[in-house]
Design a protein around this ligand. Structure first.
Ligand SMILES: [Zn+2]
Length: 297
Protein backbone atom coordinates (compact mmCIF):
# COMPACT_ATOMS: atom_id res chain seq x y z
CA UNK A 1 0.00 0.00 0.00
CA UNK A 2 1.78 3.13 -1.18
CA UNK A 3 0.70 6.74 -1.13
CA UNK A 4 -0.10 6.67 -4.86
CA UNK A 5 -2.54 3.82 -4.29
CA UNK A 6 -4.01 5.20 -1.08
CA UNK A 7 -5.92 8.47 -1.51
CA UNK A 8 -6.10 10.85 1.45
CA UNK A 9 -8.78 9.31 3.72
CA UNK A 10 -10.69 12.56 4.27
CA UNK A 11 -14.24 12.49 5.66
CA UNK A 12 -16.50 14.78 3.59
CA UNK A 13 -19.20 16.04 5.94
CA UNK A 14 -20.67 18.19 3.16
CA UNK A 15 -22.01 15.02 1.56
CA UNK A 16 -24.20 14.10 4.54
CA UNK A 17 -27.56 12.51 3.68
CA UNK A 18 -30.64 12.25 5.89
CA UNK A 19 -31.74 8.63 5.34
CA UNK A 20 -34.54 8.76 7.93
CA UNK A 21 -35.99 11.36 10.29
CA UNK A 22 -33.13 12.81 12.39
CA UNK A 23 -30.81 10.10 11.08
CA UNK A 24 -27.92 11.28 8.93
CA UNK A 25 -25.16 9.34 7.22
CA UNK A 26 -21.90 10.94 6.12
CA UNK A 27 -21.14 8.60 3.23
CA UNK A 28 -17.59 7.50 2.44
CA UNK A 29 -17.95 8.14 -1.30
CA UNK A 30 -16.08 4.87 -1.80
CA UNK A 31 -12.83 6.37 -0.55
CA UNK A 32 -10.64 3.73 1.05
CA UNK A 33 -10.09 4.08 4.80
CA UNK A 34 -13.09 6.36 5.14
CA UNK A 35 -16.03 4.68 6.89
CA UNK A 36 -19.70 5.52 6.56
CA UNK A 37 -20.48 7.63 9.62
CA UNK A 38 -23.86 7.87 11.35
CA UNK A 39 -25.45 10.71 13.35
CA UNK A 40 -28.65 9.47 15.03
CA UNK A 41 -30.86 11.84 16.97
CA UNK A 42 -33.56 11.56 19.63
CA UNK A 43 -35.28 14.34 21.55
CA UNK A 44 -32.62 14.38 24.28
CA UNK A 45 -29.41 13.06 22.76
CA UNK A 46 -27.49 12.29 19.58
CA UNK A 47 -25.35 9.23 18.88
CA UNK A 48 -22.39 9.38 16.49
CA UNK A 49 -21.29 6.08 14.92
CA UNK A 50 -17.57 6.04 13.85
CA UNK A 51 -15.05 8.90 13.90
CA UNK A 52 -13.00 8.68 10.72
CA UNK A 53 -9.23 8.25 10.91
CA UNK A 54 -7.33 10.79 12.99
CA UNK A 55 -8.11 14.02 14.82
CA UNK A 56 -8.75 16.30 11.84
CA UNK A 57 -11.49 14.01 10.50
CA UNK A 58 -12.94 13.55 13.97
CA UNK A 59 -13.00 17.33 14.55
CA UNK A 60 -15.12 17.73 11.44
CA UNK A 61 -17.45 14.93 12.49
CA UNK A 62 -17.75 16.38 16.00
CA UNK A 63 -18.48 19.87 14.63
CA UNK A 64 -21.10 18.44 12.28
CA UNK A 65 -22.71 16.38 15.04
CA UNK A 66 -22.73 19.35 17.43
CA UNK A 67 -24.52 21.42 14.81
CA UNK A 68 -27.10 18.66 14.36
CA UNK A 69 -27.42 18.19 18.13
CA UNK A 70 -28.17 21.86 18.91
CA UNK A 71 -27.41 21.36 22.59
CA UNK A 72 -28.61 17.79 22.89
CA UNK A 73 -26.23 15.47 24.74
CA UNK A 74 -23.68 13.64 22.54
CA UNK A 75 -22.72 9.98 22.56
CA UNK A 76 -20.12 8.23 20.43
CA UNK A 77 -19.78 4.59 19.53
CA UNK A 78 -17.60 2.70 17.04
CA UNK A 79 -18.38 -0.62 15.34
CA UNK A 80 -14.88 -2.06 15.88
CA UNK A 81 -11.38 -0.98 16.83
CA UNK A 82 -9.91 -0.43 13.33
CA UNK A 83 -8.21 2.98 12.86
CA UNK A 84 -10.61 4.54 10.35
CA UNK A 85 -13.56 3.66 12.59
CA UNK A 86 -12.22 4.48 16.07
CA UNK A 87 -8.92 6.38 15.95
CA UNK A 88 -10.50 9.80 16.20
CA UNK A 89 -12.32 9.12 19.45
CA UNK A 90 -9.90 11.13 21.62
CA UNK A 91 -11.25 14.26 19.89
CA UNK A 92 -14.69 13.54 21.37
CA UNK A 93 -13.37 13.39 24.96
CA UNK A 94 -15.13 16.00 27.07
CA UNK A 95 -17.81 16.47 24.37
CA UNK A 96 -19.39 13.02 24.09
CA UNK A 97 -19.72 9.82 26.11
CA UNK A 98 -17.82 7.07 24.27
CA UNK A 99 -19.63 3.78 24.65
CA UNK A 100 -18.57 0.35 23.31
CA UNK A 101 -18.95 -3.40 23.87
CA UNK A 102 -16.39 -5.12 26.08
CA UNK A 103 -14.61 -7.19 23.42
CA UNK A 104 -14.10 -4.06 21.32
CA UNK A 105 -12.67 -2.26 24.34
CA UNK A 106 -10.34 -5.24 24.81
CA UNK A 107 -9.35 -5.09 21.12
CA UNK A 108 -8.60 -1.37 21.42
CA UNK A 109 -6.34 -2.00 24.38
CA UNK A 110 -4.62 -5.14 23.13
CA UNK A 111 -4.37 -4.47 19.41
CA UNK A 112 -4.86 -0.72 19.03
CA UNK A 113 -1.18 0.22 19.55
CA UNK A 114 -0.02 -2.33 16.95
CA UNK A 115 -2.54 -1.07 14.40
CA UNK A 116 -1.53 2.53 15.07
CA UNK A 117 2.07 1.60 14.26
CA UNK A 118 1.06 -0.43 11.20
CA UNK A 119 -1.07 2.38 9.77
CA UNK A 120 1.60 5.00 10.47
CA UNK A 121 3.90 2.72 8.51
CA UNK A 122 1.75 3.26 5.40
CA UNK A 123 3.24 6.77 5.31
CA UNK A 124 1.84 9.70 3.34
CA UNK A 125 -1.52 11.16 4.22
CA UNK A 126 -2.40 8.25 6.51
CA UNK A 127 0.67 8.79 8.71
CA UNK A 128 -0.02 12.54 8.77
CA UNK A 129 -3.60 11.97 9.87
CA UNK A 130 -2.37 9.78 12.72
CA UNK A 131 0.07 12.35 14.12
CA UNK A 132 -0.70 12.93 17.78
CA UNK A 133 -3.37 10.23 17.80
CA UNK A 134 -3.69 7.99 20.84
CA UNK A 135 -5.56 4.73 21.04
CA UNK A 136 -8.84 5.80 22.66
CA UNK A 137 -10.23 4.53 25.95
CA UNK A 138 -14.04 4.22 26.08
CA UNK A 139 -15.95 5.96 28.87
CA UNK A 140 -18.58 3.25 29.19
CA UNK A 141 -18.16 -0.46 28.42
CA UNK A 142 -21.11 -2.86 28.29
CA UNK A 143 -21.26 -6.64 28.14
CA UNK A 144 -24.27 -8.26 26.46
CA UNK A 145 -26.04 -5.38 24.78
CA UNK A 146 -26.96 -1.77 25.43
CA UNK A 147 -30.23 -0.01 24.69
CA UNK A 148 -29.38 3.65 24.42
CA UNK A 149 -32.40 5.89 24.98
CA UNK A 150 -31.90 9.08 22.95
CA UNK A 151 -35.38 10.38 23.88
CA UNK A 152 -38.30 9.01 21.87
CA UNK A 153 -35.86 6.74 20.07
CA UNK A 154 -33.93 3.80 21.45
CA UNK A 155 -30.85 2.58 19.63
CA UNK A 156 -29.70 -1.01 20.12
CA UNK A 157 -25.97 -1.59 20.43
CA UNK A 158 -25.18 -5.27 20.06
CA UNK A 159 -21.93 -7.20 19.99
CA UNK A 160 -22.14 -9.86 17.28
CA UNK A 161 -19.35 -12.16 18.39
CA UNK A 162 -16.28 -12.74 16.27
CA UNK A 163 -16.57 -11.98 12.54
CA UNK A 164 -14.53 -9.27 10.84
CA UNK A 165 -12.79 -8.74 14.21
CA UNK A 166 -13.18 -10.29 17.65
CA UNK A 167 -15.07 -7.29 19.00
CA UNK A 168 -17.53 -6.33 16.25
CA UNK A 169 -20.63 -4.39 17.25
CA UNK A 170 -23.69 -3.46 15.19
CA UNK A 171 -25.97 -0.49 15.79
CA UNK A 172 -29.68 -0.85 15.06
CA UNK A 173 -32.26 1.94 14.93
CA UNK A 174 -35.48 -0.11 15.08
CA UNK A 175 -37.99 2.73 14.54
CA UNK A 176 -36.30 3.55 11.22
CA UNK A 177 -35.38 -0.03 10.26
CA UNK A 178 -31.73 1.00 9.91
CA UNK A 179 -28.72 -1.18 10.70
CA UNK A 180 -25.10 0.01 10.86
CA UNK A 181 -22.97 -3.07 10.28
CA UNK A 182 -19.42 -1.76 10.43
CA UNK A 183 -17.10 -3.89 8.30
CA UNK A 184 -19.28 -6.98 8.63
CA UNK A 185 -20.62 -5.61 5.33
CA UNK A 186 -19.01 -3.63 2.50
CA UNK A 187 -20.33 -2.91 -0.98
CA UNK A 188 -18.44 -2.54 -4.25
CA UNK A 189 -15.44 -4.40 -2.93
CA UNK A 190 -14.17 -7.76 -1.73
CA UNK A 191 -14.88 -8.37 1.96
CA UNK A 192 -12.11 -7.07 4.22
CA UNK A 193 -10.22 -9.92 5.92
CA UNK A 194 -7.70 -8.44 8.36
CA UNK A 195 -5.78 -11.74 8.35
CA UNK A 196 -2.20 -10.88 9.25
CA UNK A 197 -0.63 -13.98 10.81
CA UNK A 198 1.04 -14.18 13.24
CA UNK A 199 -0.01 -10.70 14.46
CA UNK A 200 -3.73 -10.79 13.90
CA UNK A 201 -5.76 -13.91 13.19
CA UNK A 202 -9.06 -12.94 14.84
CA UNK A 203 -11.10 -12.65 11.63
CA UNK A 204 -13.20 -15.77 11.03
CA UNK A 205 -14.91 -16.43 7.71
CA UNK A 206 -17.04 -19.18 9.23
CA UNK A 207 -18.26 -17.11 12.17
CA UNK A 208 -18.71 -14.07 9.95
CA UNK A 209 -21.15 -16.08 7.81
CA UNK A 210 -23.12 -17.08 10.90
CA UNK A 211 -23.24 -13.44 12.04
CA UNK A 212 -24.61 -12.35 8.65
CA UNK A 213 -27.36 -14.98 8.84
CA UNK A 214 -28.41 -13.62 12.24
CA UNK A 215 -28.33 -10.01 11.05
CA UNK A 216 -30.37 -10.86 7.94
CA UNK A 217 -32.99 -12.62 10.10
CA UNK A 218 -33.76 -9.27 11.78
CA UNK A 219 -34.71 -8.00 8.29
CA UNK A 220 -33.42 -4.41 8.39
CA UNK A 221 -34.97 -2.06 5.83
CA UNK A 222 -31.82 0.02 5.34
CA UNK A 223 -28.28 -1.33 5.72
CA UNK A 224 -25.39 1.08 6.21
CA UNK A 225 -22.22 -0.90 5.47
CA UNK A 226 -18.82 -0.03 6.92
CA UNK A 227 -17.64 1.05 3.47
CA UNK A 228 -19.52 1.58 0.20
CA UNK A 229 -23.05 2.42 -0.80
CA UNK A 230 -26.05 2.29 1.53
CA UNK A 231 -28.67 -0.26 0.49
CA UNK A 232 -31.40 -2.61 1.62
CA UNK A 233 -31.30 -6.19 2.93
CA UNK A 234 -29.55 -7.18 -0.30
CA UNK A 235 -26.32 -5.67 1.10
CA UNK A 236 -26.19 -8.40 3.75
CA UNK A 237 -27.21 -11.12 1.28
CA UNK A 238 -24.51 -10.09 -1.19
CA UNK A 239 -21.74 -10.25 1.41
CA UNK A 240 -23.09 -13.59 2.62
CA UNK A 241 -23.13 -14.96 -0.93
CA UNK A 242 -19.58 -13.77 -1.50
CA UNK A 243 -18.29 -15.29 1.75
CA UNK A 244 -19.97 -18.56 0.83
CA UNK A 245 -18.35 -18.69 -2.57
CA UNK A 246 -14.96 -17.73 -1.09
CA UNK A 247 -15.36 -20.52 1.49
CA UNK A 248 -16.62 -23.13 -0.95
CA UNK A 249 -14.02 -22.44 -3.63
CA UNK A 250 -11.24 -22.49 -1.00
CA UNK A 251 -12.41 -25.62 0.76
CA UNK A 252 -13.05 -27.53 -2.47
CA UNK A 253 -9.40 -27.08 -3.38
CA UNK A 254 -8.23 -27.75 0.16
CA UNK A 255 -10.11 -31.07 0.05
CA UNK A 256 -7.98 -32.09 -2.91
CA UNK A 257 -4.84 -31.24 -0.90
CA UNK A 258 -3.86 -28.36 -3.18
CA UNK A 259 -1.16 -26.06 -1.74
CA UNK A 260 -2.19 -22.69 -0.38
CA UNK A 261 -0.34 -20.65 -3.03
CA UNK A 262 -2.11 -22.48 -5.81
CA UNK A 263 -5.48 -22.12 -4.05
CA UNK A 264 -4.91 -18.38 -3.73
CA UNK A 265 -4.02 -18.04 -7.42
CA UNK A 266 -7.02 -20.03 -8.64
CA UNK A 267 -9.61 -18.56 -6.27
CA UNK A 268 -8.36 -15.01 -6.86
CA UNK A 269 -8.63 -15.40 -10.63
CA UNK A 270 -12.07 -16.96 -10.37
CA UNK A 271 -13.53 -14.36 -8.00
CA UNK A 272 -12.11 -11.41 -9.95
CA UNK A 273 -13.74 -12.88 -13.04
CA UNK A 274 -17.07 -13.11 -11.18
CA UNK A 275 -16.79 -9.63 -9.62
CA UNK A 276 -14.73 -7.58 -12.09
CA UNK A 277 -16.07 -4.25 -10.82
CA UNK A 278 -15.11 -4.80 -7.16
CA UNK A 279 -12.05 -3.14 -5.64
CA UNK A 280 -9.88 -4.48 -2.81
CA UNK A 281 -8.68 -7.57 -4.69
CA UNK A 282 -5.85 -8.17 -2.23
CA UNK A 283 -8.43 -9.08 0.41
CA UNK A 284 -9.20 -12.28 -1.53
CA UNK A 285 -5.79 -13.73 -0.69
CA UNK A 286 -6.20 -12.89 2.99
CA UNK A 287 -9.65 -14.45 3.00
CA UNK A 288 -8.35 -17.64 1.43
CA UNK A 289 -5.60 -17.79 4.07
CA UNK A 290 -8.15 -17.39 6.85
CA UNK A 291 -10.52 -20.01 5.43
CA UNK A 292 -7.68 -22.51 4.83
CA UNK A 293 -7.04 -22.55 8.58
CA UNK A 294 -10.77 -22.93 9.25
CA UNK A 295 -11.09 -25.85 6.84
CA UNK A 296 -10.85 -28.57 9.48
CA UNK A 297 -13.12 -26.72 11.88
ZN1 LIG B 1 -12.44 -2.99 9.76
Amino acid sequence: MTEELMPDPAVQVAGAQEIASDLVVIPNHRVQLVPNIGVIGGTQAVLVVETGIGSANAEQVLAFASEVAKGRRLYLTTTHFHPEHAFGAQTFAGHATYLVNRTQADDLKAKGPGYLEMFRGFGGSIARRLEGVRVPTPDVVYDDGYDLDLGGRTVRLRPTGRGHTRGDQVVAVPDAGVLFTGDLAETGQFAIFPWFPPYDTDVSGVRWLAVLDRLAAADPRVVVPGHGDIGGPRVLADVRDYLRELRDETWRRRDSAMGEDEIVAEVRALLIERHPEWVGRDWIERGVGCLCTEHAA
